[in-house]
Every structure is written in structure tokens, then in C-alpha cells.
Design a protein. Structure first.
Length: 268
């Protein structure tokens, strides 16, 4: 059992997955599953250093033992073997596409919070050495991520977990039409992700996925982010653009011929 005290209130949790669910930032999906903290105070208590990670010894209720995280021996051994005998190179052809809340929507979450399940999904994907991993962060709807704030937080956390686990992670910055979010929220999250080094985002005509009925990012969003942050296309794509005369000397997307009314709108 895990325990934490905040002020005069004592919070206890039966196992680690309950503690993690209570400590995670608020998500409507965790509320729907009955996993979320009941108050902001309870959520804060689980994040206090040295408190939320202290298991209570049931055999001696008056004492608490220190609890430290250490890499297990099996993990250290696996890491040494990987360094000594790297895997032979193979063609990367797997693409993994995950959605925040997908396990809960299938009633397959087993009492685990959404973010923990997302991280586990990326760890599974890493085993297959994929070409791409893509999180479709706001796709399922407000039942799982209610508004722009929750979608933005989840998108950044997914990006962080992907980087932490070493997978080629990208983010579909999206939201459904019935969520409490709009394109301003999407633009803000897109800029935050590019600043944080996201590997790729989506490109849809008009940022509108007409097949699945949600809003995403468009091709011109990627161009705008490259200009804003001074980023370049992937080397293979940049070479293709150059071969076809679609880039100018400054590395900007500029076709050989452009209608005059469009050309007048471009910076010189």
C-alpha cells in the first residue's frame, strides 16, 4: 500500500497503478473510468517528493521504509548484451498508429490510466524497430480528452514518452468537432511540439480529415513551422524537392511557376 500526507489529510492507495492514476494530470477518460483523483489536493499529494513513492509496511503500520527506483539486474544485463551484440540491420517497414484512450474505449485498460498505457504502447512498438510511430492525440473525442488544454498536455506527454523510449515519434495534432477545442488550440500545440523537436506532423488538405471527421494540420502548417523555427525537411525529401525545382536557394518551398496573384503574396 502507498501513502502520502498533505496537511492534515492522509491519502492511501492499494497499489502502484492506482497511485499513478491519481497522480496523473486530469483527463476526462480517467474520470470516465473512475481512476482520476477526486480533488486537486489528492493529485498534488501524490507528486510530493519522498511521499507518494513511500510504500507503507503493513506488518508494522507505525513505520515507513524508504523506497528507491533502481534499474533491475535483467535490464542492465539486456543493455550490456545489446551493446556487445547489436542486432543486425533490417528493413524498417512497420508503422504504429496509436490513440490516447484506445484501450479504455475497448474496455481493455484493466484499471490503468491513459498515459501509462500510452507509454506501454510505445515500448511495445520499439520492440519491432518501426519506421514510424504516430500518436493521434485528440482523435477519439472529449470522452477521453475533454478540451484543448487536455489535448495539448497529452500531445506533449506523448512526444516526451516517445523521445524517452527512443522511437521515431510523430504527433497528429487533432481534435474532434464535438470537443471543447478549436484551431487556435491546435496551432499552439503544433508550435510547442516543433519547438520540442517533434519528428513529424500530419498534412491534410485544409487541415480537415473528411473521412474520419476531425480537424488536424495542413501542408501549409508544416511550411509555416519550418519558416518560424528554421527547420529543414528530412534529407531525402529535401533532395527530392530540389531535384524537382520546388525549393529556392534559401531552402523555402517555391515552385518554378506560380500564378501572378499568388506570387504577389509571397515575401521577397
Amino acid at each position: 500500500m502507498y501513502g502520502a500526507t498533505l496537511g492534515s489529510t492522509r491519502y492511501t492507495f492499494g497499489d502502484l497503478k492506482t497511485l499513478m492514476a491519481k497522480a496523473t494530470p486530469l483527463r476526462s477518460g480517467d474520470q470516465l473510468a473512475g481512476l482520476a483523483a477526486h480533488s486537486g489536493e489528492e493529485r498534488v499529494a501524490e507528486r510530493l517528493p519522498g511521499r507518494s513513492r513511500v510504500p507503507v509496511d503493513r506488518r508494522n503500520r507505525g513505520r515507513q521504509q524508504k523506497f528507491r527506483y533502481r534499474p533491475c539486474a535483467a535490464w542492465r544485463g539486456e543493455r550490456r548484451r545489446a551493446v556487445a551484440s547489436p542486432r543486425p540491420p533490417r528493413r524498417q517497414c512497420h508503422v504504429f498508429r496509436d490513440r490516447t484512450g484506445s484501450a479504455l474505449s475497448a474496455n481493455a485498460h484493466h484499471g490503468v490510466d491513459q498515459q501509462t498505457l500510452e507509454a506501454r504502447a510505445y515500448a511495445l512498438a520499439r520492440h519491432f524497430q518501426p519506421l514510424l510511430v504516430n500518436t493521434v492525440v485528440g482523435f477519439i473525442g472529449p470522452e477521453y480528452l475533454f478540451d484543448g488544454k487536455q489535448i495539448s498536455r497529452a500531445g506533449l506527454e506523448d512526444h516526451f514518452c516517445g523521445k524517452l523510449l527512443g522511437v521515431p515519434m510523430g504527433v497528429d495534432v487533432c481534435y474532434t468537432n464535438h470537443a471543447q477545442a478549436d484551431q487556435d488550440d491546435a496551432d499552439a500545440l503544433l508550435a510547442l511540439l516543433v519547438a520540442a523537436g517533434v519528428n513529424f506532423v500530419m498534412g491534410l488538405p485544409g487541415a480537415d480529415d473528411v473521412m474520419l471527421g476531425y480537424q488536424s494540420t495542413s501542408f501549409h502548417d508544416a511550411l509555416a513551422m519550418r519558416d518560424l523555427f528554421g527547420r529543414r525537411p528530412a534529407p531525402e525529401f529535401e533532395a527530392w524537392l530540389s531535384r524537382h525545382g520546388l525549393m529556392d536557394h534559401a531552402g523555402r518551398i517555391r515552385p518554378r511557376e506560380l500564378p501572378g496573384n499568388f506570387r504577389a503574396l509571397l515575401p521577397k
